[in-house]
Design a protein around this ligand. Structure first.
Ligand SMILES: NC(=O)c1ccc[n+]([C@@H]2O[C@H](COP(=O)([O-])OP(=O)(O)OC[C@H]3O[C@@H](n4cnc5c(N)ncnc54)[C@H](OP(=O)(O)O)[C@@H]3O)[C@@H](O)[C@H]2O)c1
Length: 432
């Protein structure tokens, strides 16, 4: 293994890029799925502007491969790599700790950082960007949302001239894989097991199916596109786990399918944001995305809708976004720094809802439900009951005209007291 280069000289990126005397020296922190793909692309592309010099990982011996250049330093000593003369730390270990500490120390030293770490950026992005600016380095995270789809550079560069008012996105490939397979007839448990076997879902899938991963990504996009800094914890996600085959069947009858959607809008200073399974029209682009694909639709005040779609995860697609960030740094390309301001999520979407009930049938159920909705001034759009289900476990659906979630929640709280209900009603927003 080559010796550590423990030189403490750390030239700032600006000086480096300006002088352009040597390629940017790159240290990878984390040689897993994405890290190894980044190394592979850097090696195969023979890019002249960037040079992979260090690879850091715990127990690094088991990570070593024979296709990296012989002068690459393989290390399990983060301190030594941070103290070396690398220009850019590429953080691909994930999580808040210790990754956040490495990123801070690199920025403190005037180095630049490229990361795919959505959690770190969602919770600490503002502070880290300030640190980077203060110390003369740069922080880039184009891979942190939607993997290989250039949504972040698209917002920062291509759409900086617009005022984005609304966004909707399929931001979690695992949920999209599960829901698009369920749309084709698979059961949740079976398709989750398949996703785990294929490496799309973690052993504990809560981050994905619970909506926590998507809300971190939504918070990042809200800062860049809507220019509001929100605490991700304020976005209350709805898990996809309550969606069943019955819901896909009813959704189909309504001309829809179901996808996990993250959406946010800003209007007159008030901000609404939500993540959860939603009914999407079969004709909408959202319904086209299948498997692990991601999609983001941004609505600009001047430019109208812009749709991004493609592979939102996977080693190679995500690595493309990381390498693109590295090349942008090497070429001195700066992001358009738009001002963003702290905001609370205080507004609600006023949208139609799909509510699925599962009841032990008896006379008067529909009258009680419609009464509770009427008391909250919620108009019913349709009541749908498919034949073929037993009366003792009867699913049926009520769709309602656009209403505030809080009003519907009050109505459902009152409906939930009905003795005939076999489970909590499933309330899904309908995306129109
Ligand atoms: N995979 C994707 O499709 C994807 C898409 C978008 C964004 N991302 C983001 O990209 C980052 C990397 O994801 P990944 O899928 O490549 O993860 P991964 O396969 O688990 O790779 C992480 C690597 O970092 C190493 N590592 C983790 N903690 C470490 C520590 N404390 N000290 C030293 N080494 C450590 C791991 O070593 P061990 O082998 O010892 O665990 C592993 O080699 C994450 O932030 C993730 O959210 C991933």
């Amino acid at each position: 293994m080559p010796q550590e280069n423990a030189s403490s000289s750390s030239t700032g990126l600006s000086a480096q890029a300006a002088s352009a005397r040597r390629p940017l020296r790159i240290a990878l922190f984390g040689f897993g799925t994405v890290g190894s793909s980044v190394a592979r692309i850097l090696v195969e592309s023979k890019a002249e502007d960037v040079e992979l010099t260090h690879i850091f990982n715990r127990n690094v011996a088991r990570k070593r491969v024979d296709w990296t250049p012989p002068n690459v330093v393989w290390s399990e000593d983060a301190d030594a790599v941070l103290a070396s003369d690398v220009d850019v730390i590429v953080e691909l270990a994930g999580g808040l700790d210790p990754a956040g500490g490495w990123v801070r120390r690199a920025l403190e030293a005037g180095k630049s950082v490229v990361t795919a770490n959505k959690k770190l950026i969602a919770y600490h992005g503002v502070e880290l960007e300030r640190l980077a600016a203060a110390k003369g380095g740069h922080l880039k995270y184009g891979a942190a949302v939607a993997g290989g789809i250039p949504v972040i550079p698209g917002i920062e560069q291509g759409l900086a001239g617009d005022r984005i008012e609304r966004m909707e996105g399929i931001l979690n490939g695992t949920c999209n894989f599960i829901l698009s397979k369920m749309e084709a007839g698979a059961e949740y448990a079976t398709v989750l097991a398949t996703a785990q076997a294929k490496g799309y879902a973690e052993a504990d899938p809560t981050e994905d199916v619970g909506g926590f991963d998507a809300r971190a990504k939504l918070a990042i996009l809200m800062r860049l596109a809507l220019r509001v800094v929100v605490d991700p914890e304020e976005i209350v996600p709805q898990p996809i786990t309550a969606v069943t085959a019955v819901d896909f069947s009813y959704a189909r009858d309504l001309g829809c399918t179901i996808r996990q959607v993250a959406r946010a809008e800003e209007s007159g200073g008030s901000v609404a944001a939500t993540v959860g399974p939603m009914l999407v029209d079969k004709k909408s682009p959202m319904a086209w995305s299948r498997g692990t694909e991601n999609m983001v639709i941004l609505t600009g005040h001047y430019g109208g809708d812009v749709v991004f779609s493609g592979h939102g995860a996977g080693g190679h697609p995500t690595a493309v976004a990381v390498v693109s960030d590295l090349l942008a740094l090497a070429h001195g390309s700066r992001r358009v720094a738009v001002p963003s301001a702290p905001a609370r999520i205080g507004a609600e979407f006023e949208v139609p809802h799909y509510i699925r009930f599962l009841v032990d049938d008896r006379p008067g159920i529909v009258a009680e439900i419609t009464g509770a909705l009427a008391r909250e001034r919620i108009n019913i759009r349709a009541i749908v009951q498919k034949p073929g289900y037993p009366a003792h476990a009867l699913p049926f659906v009520v769709t309602v005209e656009p209403c505030k979630s809080s009003a519907l929640k009050r109505a459902l709280a009152s409906i939930s007291k009905m003795d005939c209900l076999l489970e909590e009603p499933l309330d899904l927003q309908m995306l129109e």
